[in-house]
Design a protein. Structure first.
Length: 375
């Protein structure tokens, strides 16, 4: 019996030592990790697990999202509501604290707080924003503006004039040069397009112009919001990724921070229109693929993909994979035309991706990004 006890004690001792060695090794590996240089942050507005699942079922080939080697789940509530809106959701990403629905770049008490984009720009990074909505819409605006209402488009547009954004691509030009026609906000006769140009911002009308452009650059893709893919928007979102990266790399050797929003996935959910949602999600996934292709080659870039919330309460009660109508009513159902409180997936790929596993609040995205950037 004494011999058996001795053997057991020896085994436990060996296992404990092995565990200590493993912890030390892991600690050393983490300590040796260098900061991520570049971040491409892709936000599929309204994109929940059901939307991604349906997209996987109706595609003949895997989604680019499926290449993500680390996956987490994110809680989405705002400071006062179980169900967030895009403004509070994106602001949680941009400033790291929860705020009330409708707020842009403000904390829960209505105080302005410097965004992650503004912090990185001040530290020498180049920055970019791309959206399939107006560039003044809630999600992109949350990275450069500070207003109490997401519908204050005039103030949001005015903020972009002086914001440290090297490149923006999206709609919303009317909020800059047709301000007396806007029904929301305080009308005025300012022409912010001219004011931006006077400040040295170059406005282009095609992605090819980015090759020779320098300084601050803007590309308005529509007066209000761009059309949907179904109505002929085309694939400017995925096509914009590479030239935007090339442009941002020209601007500084420090690194870049690029935010990309697939805005209209959300609008398909609000409309309870699965065809609308899926075509926008496929378009967004192409942009994800372009970002991953760069990250794989670069080796020093994090690609982070998530949503601000889920829209539509989409469920998949039966299978219609073999149907001639891939979006038939038999295969899906909606519970609301609004947002829901469901957790959303977080996909991470490339350098620093391992930091994004687990279950956490939306505010953790901000802190995790600062951590992988070495801030």
């Amino acid at each position: 019996m004494k011999k058996i006890i001795a053997v057991l004690l020896l085994s436990v001792s060996v296992m404990a030592c092995s565990g200590d060695d493993e912890q030390k090794t892991t600690a050393n590996v983490n300590a040796d990790q260098t900061p991520v240089k570049n971040v491409i942050f892709l936000i599929g507005d309204g994109m929940g697990l059901a939307q991604v699942s349906k997209a996987m079922q109706t595609r003949d080939e895997p989604l680019n999202l499926e290449k993500a080697n680390y996956v987490g789940l994110m809680k989405t509530s705002s400071s006062k509501e179980v169900i967030t809106d895009s403004a509070a959701g994106a602001t949680a990403f941009s400033i790291g604290v929860k705020t009330f629905n409708g707020a842009i770049g403000l904390d829960g008490n209505g105080r302005s707080k410097k965004t992650l984009l503004e912090m990185l720009a001040a530290d020498g990074y180049s920055t970019g924003l791309i959206a399939t909505s107006g560039i003044t819409h809630a999600t992109p605006a949350s990275f450069y503006a500070h207003v109490e209402s997401r519908e204050d488009y005039y103030s949001i547009a005015q903020a972009l004039v002086n914001a440290p954004v090297n490149l923006f691509i999206g709609g919303g030009e009317d909020h800059f040069d047709k301000r007396s026609n806007e029904k929301r906000g305080k009308p005025d006769d300012r022409n912010l397009v001219k004011e931006m140009e006077d400040k040295g911002v170059t406005l282009i009308n095609n992605l090819g112009a980015l090759e020779k452009a320098t300084g601050r650059v803007g590309y308005f893709t529509a007066g209000q919001h761009p059309e949907s893919v179904i109505k002929g928007r085309g694939d400017y979102l995925p096509k914009s990724i590479k030239p935007s990266i090339d442009f941002l790399q020209k601007e500084t050797k420090k690194g870049f921070f690029l935010v990309v929003e697939g805005s209209q996935i959300d609008w398909g959910g609000h409309a309870n229109d699965l065809n609308y949602t899926m075509t926008e999600l496929y378009d967004f996934d192409k942009a994800v693929g372009a970002a991953m292709k760069f990250a794989e080659k670069d080796g020093n870039t994090l690609v982070l993909i998530t949503a601000d919330h889920e829209t539509g309460g989409l469920t998949l009660p039966t299978s219609d994979i073999e149907s001639d109508e891939p979006y038939s009513e038999a295969g899906h159902a909606y519970s609301t035309i609004g947002h829901t409180s469901a957790m959303v997936p977080v996909y991470a790929y490339g350098k620093g991706a391992e930091k994004f596993t687990g279950v956490y609040e939306n505010t953790a995205i901000y802190h995790k990004l600062l951590s992988v950037l070495g801030k």
